[in-house]
Design a protein around this ligand. Structure first.
Ligand code: UD1
Length: 335
C-alpha cells in the first residue's frame, strides 16, 4: 500500500524538492505549511512536476489542537519535519520567536508521533551543530559545540529532544550547504525574506537585481582567504530523505544521525568563479568584513550516510550552479 508521509514545510526550499522525490519513489506526500516564508503558488508547480494532486493542510505546526483534529494521523506512516524559521541573521534579532517556533513544533510532532504510533521521523538539521569544528572533514563523531547563532541553537536543542524522545525510528539529517534548484526550473529557493545565503545572492547579482556581492572576509586562513563550505545539490539532499524513510520502514528501533553533503570543501571565491564560468555571466564583488557567526572552514565526511542509507550524491556543484541560474531566470516569469 502507498505510504502516507507528512511533510511539514513542504512548500519551502528543501521541502518542495523532497515532496517531488517522494512522489517519484511511490510515496504519498501530504504537506503541512502555513506559507509564512513560502509562495502558495509553489503547490501548483510541484503538482505540474509530479503530474498529480498533492494534499496540503494550511496549518501552523505549533498549533497542536488543529494538527490533531485536522490530520488523519492513524493513516500516517512517516513525518519529515522541515517547518522552521531558518535565517541565521534574523535569529539574532528574534531569538525568542526562533526558539518558540522551531523547538515547540518539534516537541508537538514528537508527542503526536508517539501518541499515534507513526513509524518514522526524519528531522531537518544542519552542520551548524558542529560550531567551529576542531577536526575536518566533520564526521558524526566530531564533537558538537554551541552553534554560533540562535537558529543553530534551536537545531541542536531539537536534535537532543529527538534523541531523548523514545520514538521508534528517527533519522536526523545534518545538511551542509544545499544549493541549486529542480532541473525543471519550476521550483527552487523562493523565500519571502531577502536572501542571506550565498547562491541566491550570486543569482540576484547575475540577473541585475543587485549591483554587487560583498564577500564576507578575505583574511581567513584558507587558500584564498575566503570561507570554505560543502555545497550540495538540493535534489541530492531531498533524495537522502527518501532513502532515510525507506531505511526505517518496518524497523523497530532505528536511530540515526547523519551528515548530508558532497564532501568537497570549496571557497566562496571558487564558487563565484565556477558560477561565472558555467553560466557565462559576470559577478561584481567586493570584500567586506567577516560576518558574525561565520565558520572559517567546514565540510563533511558522508561515508556513514552512504553506507547506512545506500545514498550518494549524483549531481555536481556545477550542475547545482547551472540549475540555480536557470531557476533565477525562470522564476519571475512563472505564474
Ligand atoms: C548557514 C548556516 C547553516 C544553514 C544555512 C541556511 C551556520 C554556520 N550555517 O550556512 O546552518 O543551514 O545558513 O540558512 O550557521 N557569504 C558571503 N557573502 C554573502 C553571503 C554569504 O561572502 O553575501 C559567504 C559566507 O560568509 C559563507 C558562505 O558565503 O562563507 C556561505 O554562506 P551562506 O550561504 O549564508 O551559508 P552558511 O552561513 O554557510
Amino acid at each position: 500500500m502507498t505510504k502516507n508521509i507528512i511533510v511539514t514545510g513542504g512548500a519551502g526550499y528543501i521541502g518542495s524538492h523532497t515532496v517531488v522525490e517522494l512522489v517519484e519513489s511511490g510515496f504519498n506526500p501530504i504537506i503541512i505549511d502555513n506559507f509564512s516564508n513560502s509562495n502558495p503558488k509553489i503547490i501548483a508547480r510541484i503538482e505540474k512536476i509530479c503530474k498529480q494532486k498533492i494534499k496540503i493542510y494550511n496549518l501552523n505546526c505549533v498549533d497542536e489542537k488543529k494538527l490533531i483534529t485536522n490530520i488523519p494521523w492513524n493513516e500516517v506512516d512517516g513525518v519529515i519535519h522541515f517547518a522552521a524559521y531558518k535565517s541565521v541573521a534574523d535569529s539574532f534579532k528574534k531569538k525568542q520567536e526562533y526558539f518558540l517556533n522551531n523547538i515547540e513544533s518539534t516537541k508537538i510532532l514528537l508527542n503526536i508521533i508517539k501518541k499515534f504510533n507513526v513509524n518514522s521521523f526524519v528531522f531537518s538539521s544542519s552542520c551548524t551543530v558542529y560550531g567551529n569544528p576542531d577536526q575536518l572533514p566533520v564526521t558524526e563523531k566530531t564533537k558538537t559545540k554551541t552553534p554560533s547563532s540562535p537558529y543553530g541553537e534551536t537545531k541542536k536543542i531539537c536534535e537532543e529532544l529527538i534523541q531523548s524522545s523514545e520514538i521508534t525510528n528517527y533519522t536526523i539529517l545534518r545538511y551542509f550547504n544545499p544549493i541549486g534548484a529542480h532541473e525543471s526550473s519550476l521550483i527552487g529557493e523562493e523565500s519571502k525574506n531577502t536572501p542571506n545565503n550565498l547562491v541566491p545572492l550570486i543569482c540576484e547579482c547575475a540577473i541585475g537585481k543587485r549591483k554587487n556581492l560583498t564577500i564576507y572576509g578575505n583574511d581567513y586562513s584558507t587558500k584564498d582567504g575566503t570561507c570554505i563550505r560543502d555545497y550540495i545539490h538540493v535534489c541530492d539532499v531531498a533524495k537522502a530523505h527518501v532513502h532515510a524513510l525507506k531505511n526505517m520502514m518496518n524497523c523497530n528501533l532505528n536511530h540515526k544521525t547523519l551528515n548530508i553533503g558532497l564532501s568537497k570543501g570549496i571557497s566562496v571565491l571558487e564558487l563565484i568563479t565556477l558560477f561565472e564560468q558555467n553560466n557565462n555571466v559576470n559577478i561584481n564583488y567586493d570584500f567586506g568584513k567577516r560576518r558574525e557567526g561565520d565558520i572559517e572552514k567546514i565540510y563533511a565526511d558522508c561515508s556513514l550516510a552512504k553506507k547506512e542509507l545506500k545514498w550518494k550524491p549524483k549531481k555536481t556543484i556545477t550542475d547545482a550552479l547551472i540549475d540555480a541560474w536557470n531557476w533565477e531566470k525562470e522564476k519571475n516569469l512563472l505564474i
